[in-house]
Design a protein. Structure first.
Ligand code: NAP
Ligand code: MG
Length: 507
């Protein structure tokens, strides 16, 4: 019976953008105060699908006036207190209902994400949407299980150390995991009682707009969850500059992260949390006893989601003795992996997000060759006849850490392989980067594993795996990969103020 149903679902999966578009609810207005509204200017942005380049929808293009409206609505909701003052247990129940509502609409959300972004439907169905739901459930369940503190005060006083919501939280998020990156912000922010205003990336606002509606359906009060689509300078910047926004949390590039810090400094010194770029090293030692697994992880650590992953392990450091053998394996995986239609459930490698990103990636590939790196696999645009924006999985050998393709974040499926001789050399190359988001090492020597685990300057260090993590572990960067942590209970730090209340007792 189960098999028959699975077959049925497979058959019903739309294979073209036109067919998929017919079965999703496209929400295109801003969501403010529990309602969909046009942008005050009436302007829209065109959202298209990188699967075939076709037009999907015109989405409200919000600007500073919409920001003012959303901030005053969010502030009023915060002051009214229906959400902030609700008991943690009641917020828990509403957020669990929200998670159930997301789950009931999971297939549609996965389809929206794939349409807008070109990520394989297999990935949005098995990763993006389930992890988004899990994030909401985790913070829902956490909020009535964390306790405030009583300080070690003298017997004639009581010191209470309590956490309070910061107030109005604005979140500016990127296009590579549109819902998941948003959920890492809104779930802990909502759980702790804040009002939130989300600014999705202009390429991918459709899924979050639909989620706003589902949040309202689940009983999140009007004004507590708002979504303002629009481009960064028009909608994100005025949010970050707003005098009545209490915190701005951001996931995106380091360049824009620095602007966000500046906006906070120029306005009201609002709290800032930044998850920015990466150029993560994966080190493969000759003593690794499973080079097959390491090669697979090295390849998929970059080719997953076409390399549009902030933690992509794009600098592949391989010890000299095994380099040729090892890269042979990685090159084999790269050439065997063909870009395909993201709507086909069998596709493992889809399109890039848009034409601009395609040109950026192709530009870096050209630069790699021009600076003397050796192209071992891929390097070309693919599936041009589809009208979409595809590029082949690409591997460069003979890279030095000074080359542009080893220093700058490409955000595409491009591996830069660098040879080293000793562990010390590997660690110093690995740490020679402005970024520090993730790093990894493959070794069978427990000493080497420990030494590297401590020495690598990154927020996530993976030993004999890549991307080992879940919602219970903090995620974030060292250095110019940002500061503040998403996921785990540590995320509550960004959305709460720590207050000390000292109560003096009369004797
Ligand atoms: P991006 O260009 O920095 O954009 C991120 C967000 O910032 C978008 O919503 C963008 O809006 C907005 N923005 C742009 N200019 C702005 C401004 N002047 N003021 C306020 N907001 C502004 O990054 P992206 O290209 O979307 O995403 C890729 C980047 O995100 C990569 O660097 C990647 O490493 C990083 N990332 C990091 C993590 C992490 O957790 N560390 C996770 C995922 C991605 P518009 O695009 O609509 O203009
Ligand atoms: Mg799009």
């Amino acid at each position: 019976m189960g098999d028959v149903m699975n077959v049925q679902t497979e058959i019903n999966k739309p294979q073209t953008v036109a067919d998929a578009r017919k079965i999703v609810s496209l929400r295109t207005q801003a969501f403010i105060g529990g309602k969909f509204v046009d942008s005050l200017s009436g302007k829209t942005l065109s959202s298209s699908s990188p699967i075939d380049g076709s037009h999907l929808a015109n989405v409200a293009a919000c600007d500073h006036r919409d920001v003012d409206r959303a901030v005053s609505t969010a502030r009023a909701a915060f002051e009214a207190g229906h959400w902030r003052n609700a008991s943690p247990n009641d917020r828990r129940k509403t957020l669990l209902k929200f998670a159930d509502t997301l789950e009931a609409n999971a297939e549609e959300l996965a389809l929206l994400e794939t349409l807008d972004l070109g990520k394989p439907i297999a990935n949005t169905t098995s990763v993006d949407i389930p992890l988004t739901i899990e994030t909401v459930r985790y913070y829902a369940e956490a909020i009535n299980k964390v306790y405030d503190e009583l300080g070690p005060s003298p017997s004639n006083a009581v010191s209470m150390i309590v956490r309070e919501p910061v107030g109005v939280v604005a979140a500016v998020t990127p296009w590579n995991f549109p819902l998941l990156m948003a959920a890492w912000k809104f779930a802990p922010a909502l759980a702790t009682g804040n009002s939130v205003i989300m600014k999705p990336a202009e390429q991918t606002s459709l899924s979050l707009l639909r989620v706003a509606e589902l949040a309202a359906e689940a009983g999140i009060p009007a004004g507590v969850f708002n979504v303002l689509p629009g481009d960064g300078p028009s909608a994100g910047k005025p949010l970050a500059l707003h005098m009545d926004v209490d915190a701005i949390v951001f996931t995106g590039s380091t360049a824009v992260g620095k602007l966000i810090m500046g906006y906070a400094a120029q306005s009201n010194m609002k709290r800032v949390g930044l998850e920015c770029g990466g150029k993560s090293p994966q080190i493969v030692m000759a003593d690794c006893d499973n080079l097959g697994a390491a090669a697979n992880a090295a390849a998929w650590g970059v080719f997953y989601d076409q390399g549009q992953v902030c933690t992509a392990g794009t600098r592949l450091l391989v010890q000299k003795d095994i380099k040729d053998r090892f890269l042979e394996k990685v090159a084999g995986i790269a050439t065997g992996l063909k870009p395909g239609n993201p709507l086909d459930p069998k596709t493992e490698f889809g399109s890039l997000v848009d034409e601009t990103q395609l040109n950026t990636v192709l530009g870096y590939i050209e630069k790699g060759s021009a600076e003397g790196a050796h192209l071992r696999a891929g390097g070309k645009r693919a599936m041009t006849e589809s009208g979409g924006f595809y590029v082949q999985p690409t591997l460069f050998d003979g890279v030095t850490n000074e080359m542009t393709i080893a220093r700058e974040e490409i955000f595409g499926p491009v591996i830069s392989a660098i040879e080293f001789e000793t562990l010390d050399q590997a660690l110093s190359i690995a740490n020679d980067s402005i970024y520090g988001l993730a790093a990894g090492i493959w070794t069978s020597n427990v000493n080497t594993a420990h030494i590297a685990g401590r020495a690598l300057r990154a927020g996530n260090v993976w030993i004999n795996c890549w991307d080992g993590s879940d919602i219970t572990t903090p995620f974030g960067g060292f250095k110019q990969s940002g500061f503040g942590r998403d996921r785990s209970l540590h995320a509550f730090d960004k959305y709460t103020e720590l207050k000390t209340i000292w109560l003096q007792l009369s004797n």
